[in-house]
Design a protein around this ligand. Structure first.
Ligand code: ZN
Length: 140
């Protein structure tokens, strides 16, 4: 769910994923690299949302831009959920130096680190392009 490219129209989609059972009994769920297991939204959507929060974009505006469908709700609960997941190491656990951060500061730090991992030149790419490249080249 969400967007896959910058400026893309947000869509809802359903994807069937393979599950593998290990000899020890554990089950592995294999998802496309655009997704993170147990997350409804694409990684690009999550990364762009973090960049938007960092840039003080309203939750309503971000939701309209990145989530499919319309709603009368004021905020976007997913934003808080993703920030909490980052804090607790359930999302982008490779991002360091966030223990003291919350809210917009956390979103700012996370999106800057994601953009940095893209390796793209700051002068030739927009921040959002670097965030997308970064999130696709790293693990969730
Ligand atoms: Zn196993």
């Amino acid at each position: 769910m969400g967007v896959i490219t910058l400026g893309g129209r947000p869509v809802a989609m359903s994807i069937s994923c393979r599950r593998y059972i290990c000899a020890c009994g554990c089950v592995m769920l294999v998802v496309p690299r655009e997704l993170s297991s147990w997350r409804r939204y694409t990684l690009v959507t999550i990364a762009l949302a973090l960049a938007g929060v960092a840039a003080c974009e309203s939750a309503r505006g971000l939701r309209a831009r990145l989530a499919p469908g319309s709603t009368f709700e004021e905020g976007w609960a997913s934003l808080r959920r993703w920030l909490r997941a980052i804090t607790h190491g359930r999302l982008f656990r490779w991002i360091r130096g966030i223990s003291e951060l919350a809210g917009r500061r956390l979103a700012e730090r996370a999106s800057v680190v994601i953009a940095e991992t893209s390796g793209l030149d700051v002068r030739s790419c927009s921040f959002e392009s670097r965030v997308i490249a970064g999130v696709m080249s790293s693990s969730s």
